[in-house]
Design a protein around this ligand. Structure first.
Ligand code: G6P
Length: 468
C-alpha cells in the first residue's frame, strides 16, 4: 500500500491515547484521509524557538507518524503572520484594502517553504504520495521538485481562489502561479474557484487547456478540479444526539426558557462577517419589536491570529458593537447578544447547534464553511432549524435549500431572520431533508477518497510504459 504524506502548516497531534483531534475543519478532514492509508503528517509544531533544528521531532500515534518542525520568531512573523495572513489571506478573500505586502515577509515565506521542503525531502520514500494543504505552502511542490522529488504531489486549497485581477494585485502573484503549476493535482473547493485559477493560468502564463481540467503550463502537465470538503456526518450527528446530557448544553437550553436561539460560530476573522451580522440582528430587532425578549443570539467566536493587527482591530470592533447593541436594546431581563470568545469542544457545539432554531452563517467570503454543514447535520429530523447562509460561502453551492443571503445587505439578512423564525415545520423539513442527504453522500470520507484516487490515478497514468 502506498504511504500517504500530508503536509500542512497546522498539525493536530492528538493527546496520547485519546484518538481525538483538535477542532477545526482542516485537522478533522486530514485525519479522515488517513483511515485508508499508512501515513506521515508533516508541519509546524506550533512552537516558536530561537534556533529551530533541521531535524523534525517524530511522534508515533495511532498508525500516524507526525514529523514536526519549530519556527524562529522571524519565520513566524514573516511567513505566518506576515505573508500568509496579511497578504495571501486578505487577497484570497477579496479584501484588497486589508492586504499588507512586504518584500521581507515574502522572503520569509519563501525561506520557510524551502526549509519545509529540505526537512521533508529526507523523509520521502519512492512510493509515497504527497498531499499538501493550504495557502501557507503554495510553493512547496516547486521546492520539492528542485530537490529531485518526483513523487505525485497534490495540493488542496481550503480557502477561495479569487478572480485574476484580484489575485494579480499581489506583487508575488506571477511567482506563485508558476510555482503552483508544479503540483500534479490542484484541488479547489468550488467550480468558480476552478474557473478563476484556470483562467488566470491561461491568461498570465499562457497555459494550454488539454480538456477535463488538465493544463500544460511551461511544459508540465497539471490538473485542476473542485473537491468540496465535507464533514464527518455520522460522528457529528451522533455527537448532536448525545449532547443533551452535556452541562453547558443543558444549562444553555434551560436559560433560554421560551426564547428562540439564533446561533453563530466562527473563528474571529474579518472574512466571517461577525460585526455585519450583529448589525443585521440589531436591524431585525428594530423592525420586529414584538420579537424583543423572544430571541437570543449567541455568537461564539474564539480569538484567532491575535498578533496580526487587523485581527486585533476586529476584536475591538466586535466588543464595541456587542456593547452598543446590548446597551441600547437590552433590558435587565434580556440580553439580546451573548458573545463568547471561548472555544468549545465539538460535541458541545453539536448540542448547541441542535438547540438553535436559526443557524446564522454569513461570511463575507469563505472557501467552504463547515459550520453551515455541521449546523444542518446536527438538527433533529422531527423539528429541524433553519440555516441562513451567505451566498459567498463555498457551502452555498451544495446547500441551495438554505435561505441564501447577501451578507453586505443587513436589511436582507434581517428579513431572512424573520422568515426563518416564522417558517412552518413542513417547510423547514422540506428544506432540511435534501441538504442532510447531500451532506451524508458528500462527506469528508468522499472528499478525501476522491482527491486521493485522482492523485493515485495520476501516478498510474504517468508510469504506464509507453506503447510501441
Ligand atoms: C482556516 C485555514 C486553515 C487554518 C485555520 C485556522 O481554516 O484554511 O489553514 O489552519 O483557518 O487558522 P490558523 O491561522 O490558526 O491556523
Amino acid at each position: 500500500m502506498a504511504r500517504l504524506v500530508i503536509v500542512s502548516n497546522r498539525v493536530a497531534v492528538p493527546a496520547e491515547g485519546s484518538g481525538a483531534v483538535a477542532a477545526g475543519g482542516l485537522a478533522v478532514a486530514v485525519k479522515e484521509a488517513f483511515t485508508a492509508y499508512e501515513g506521515l503528517w508533516f508541519g509546524w509544531s506550533g512552537n516558536i524557538v530561537d534556533q529551530p533544528s533541521d531535524e523534525p521531532t517524530i511522534i508515533d500515534r495511532d498508525r500516524i507518524q507526525y514529523a514536526l518542525v519549530d519556527l524562529s520568531p522571524q519565520d513566524h512573523r514573516e511567513y505566518y503572520s506576515g505573508f500568509a495572513n496579511r497578504a495571501l489571506w486578505p487577497i484570497m478573500h477579496y479584501r484588497l484594502g486589508l492586504g499588507a505586502f512586504s518584500r521581507s515577509d515574502y522572503a520569509g515565506y519563501s525561506r520557510v517553504n524551502r526549509f519545509f521542503a529540505q526537512t521533508l525531502a529526507g523523509l520521502i520514500e519512492p512510493d509515497d504520495i504527497i498531499w499538501v494543504h493550504d495557502y501557507h505552502l503554495l510553493p512547496l511542490a516547486s521546492e520539492l521538485r528542485g530537490l529531485g522529488i518526483a513523487n505525485p504531489i497534490g495540493y488542496f486549497h481550503h480557502i477561495p481562489w479569487p478572480a485574476a485581477d484580484v489575485f494579480n494585485s499581489l506583487p508575488a502573484s506571477g511567482d506563485l502561479l508558476r510555482a503552483i503549476a508544479d503540483y500534479d493535482l490542484i484541488g479547489l473547493q468550488t467550480e468558480p474557484d476552478v474557473q478563476n485559477l484556470t483562467r488566470n493560468l491561461c491568461d498570465t502564463l499562457r497555459a494550454i487547456p488539454l480538456g477535463a481540467g488538465s493544463l500544460m503550463v511551461d511544459g508540465r502537465r497539471t490538473r485542476i478540479r473542485s473537491f468540496p470538503i465535507g464533514i464527518d456526518v455520522a460522528g457529528f450527528k451522533d455527537a448532536a444526539e448525545k449532547a443533551a446530557s452535556d452541562r453547558t448544553v443543558r444549562e444553555t437550553i434551560a436559560g433560554l426558557r421560551t426564547r428562540k436561539l439564533i446561533i453563530g460560530v466562527d473563528r474571529l476573522d474579518y472574512s466571517k462577517g461577525v460585526p455585519e451580522r450583529m448589525e443585521a440582528v440589531d436591524r431585525f430587532l428594530a423592525s420586529n419589536p414584538d420579537q424583543r425578549g423572544n430571541v437570543v443570539y449567541l455568537q461564539i467566536a474564539p480569538k484567532s491570529r491575535s498578533d496580526v493587527p487587523e485581527y486585533e482591530q476586529l476584536a475591538r470592533e466586535v466588543n464595541e458593537t456587542v456593547g452598543e447593541i446590548n446597551g441600547n436594546t437590552g433590558d435587565p431581563t434580556w440580553t439580546p447578544i451573548q458573545y463568547v470568545t471561548k472555544a468549545y469542544a465539538r460535541p458541545v457545539l453539536a448540542g448547541l447547534y441542535r438547540a438553535a432554531r436559526v443557524g446564522l452563517v454569513t461570511p463575507m467570503r469563505d472557501g467552504m464553511n463547515l459550520v453551515a454543514k455541521e449546523y444542518v447535520v446536527a438538527q433533529s429530523g422531527d423539528d429541524p432549524g433553519v440555516l441562513i447562509l451567505s451566498k459567498f460561502a463555498g457551502a452555498a453551492q451544495q446547500l441551495p435549500e438554505a435561505i441564501l443571503v447577501n451578507p453586505y445587505d443587513r436589511f436582507e439578512v434581517a428579513e431572512a431572520i424573520r422568515t426563518a423564525l416564522y417558517m412552518p415545520r413542513a417547510e423547514r423539513l422540506a428544506r432540511w431533508k435534501p441538504m442532510v442527504e447531500r451532506m451524508t453522500r458528500e462527506d469528508v470520507d468522499w472528499w478525501a477518497r476522491n482527491f486521493l484516487s485522482e492523485l493515485e490515478n495520476f501516478r498510474t497514468v504517468e508510469r504506464e510504459p509507453p506503447t510501441a
